[in-house]
Design a protein around this ligand. Sequence first.
Ligand code: HEC
Ligand code: HEC
Length: 424
Amino acid sequence: MRPLLLRLLLSATVAPTLAHAQTQPATTPTAAALATLDALAPTNGWLTTPPGLSDELWTYYRREYTLDPTGNELDDTRVALGRLLFFEQRLSRDRTLSCASCHDPRHAFAEPRPTSIGIDGQKLTRNAPTLLNVALQKHFFWDGRASSLEAQAAGPILNPAEMGMPGPATVVARIAEVPEYVALFELAYGRAPQFDDIARALAAFQRTLVFVDSPFDAFRAGKQDAISEDARRGFALFAEHCRSCHPISLRAPLLSDGNFHNVGIGFDNNDHRALAHAAFSRLRGLDRAPTATEPPETEPVEARPSTAEVPGDVVGEFGELGRALLSKLEYQVGSFRTAPLRNVALTAPYMHDGSLATLWQVVDHYNQGGRPNPWQDPQIRKLQLSDAQVDQLVAFLFSLTDNRLADANARALAAQQRAARRRP
Ligand code: HEC
Ligand code: HEC
């Protein structure tokens, strides 16, 4: 009964924009993005163990990364509802933007421009990260300021520079305009649409986007020729120079330590000292600049602040301070969350400000020792890699793309080779 009703609702005129998109050939952007998403569905559906994982490991991830939080356990209805909301332009003030506008399935749930453009053409200061595997992270945003996907989702909808909705009540009223949504919320959460349930459904949908089945994983599992000779050499270089921040393990599969480091990005056109001074005197409850200049052994994880402490517009203005804006620790000026590297080949341009156009530029950046500044992580230093070694590291990074995205990976390789003027 439940699945049947669900199917009926989904095939009916759920949201006019979507219904339109779903019946048209892939000519509108939404229709094309939806078609891309549907083509990526695992053979057994989005809710089964994702390709490449054992049932045991998937069970471990579900527990470790809280993929079934109380009140929002993963199920078909919630995921289907979240998928609709993800493409729903009603969630923006002028009905022009959906989550998919900046996290476009055709661009691996990221976008090809360096920094996002929000409502009314407002220029944001950060690059939209991919949502592939976002579920397997514990802190969200480049500065880690949200600690669950549920908490994160409210951010863009209510942010005046992103989707610009004036408040939760308006958002709910928009959604309740559509009778099918009302019915779907009833099915998914047993009540009329509520703002928190919109965030829950969006989180549930995003938790299905697990793409961790790459040629590199086959290599790690013992299949030597799953990746090229270059990529194998690149992996050895990676283990030597990069793995301290981008660790590789089955338990934390994204090649990120989840910690914050300054690797010298954003220092060409910002005065971080002036920014820090202005920000710290502006933020309420703080009347002087922070004093801790030395990092402690490890950052106290429980001390991680929540979104509520730093309003979105302050992040925008002082965003280049990175983690320091939240922790108020000076040594974290210009520190950002170590970027996860799975499927990274598909999400150019790179870094929190999208300032590096290709993976060649990224590796060149590390090779030259970052961009020295008072807060740069001491692990970033000149590497003296030859051109051939740079190519090998890049080949390794291209081997981290999920097999379902192999075609896009080949296209990305060609495009980046052209842009970086590397021979094919
Ligand atoms: C105007 C473009 C834009 C729109 C619309 C948008 N996002 Fe984002 N999204 C971004 C940018 C830019 C960031 C990085 C912001 C930061 O780190 O400060 C981001 C970050 C995220 C993250 C964190 C990813 C990570 O790796 O930490 C998630 C999750 C996310 N967005 C989901 C959504 C959802 C769900 C919606 C729809 C409700 C949405 N976004 C709408 C641009 C956008
Ligand atoms: C000191 C820790 C550290 C080391 C060492 C390190 N990285 Fe990173 N990496 C980071 C951080 C932090 C970011 C995000 C920085 C930012 O945006 O400001 C990042 C970003 C990246 C990105 C961009 C990903 C994206 O989605 O934009 C790539 C690619 C990358 N690193 C590859 C490497 C490679 C290859 C090496 C070794 C040559 C390496 N990293 C060494 C911490 C590190």
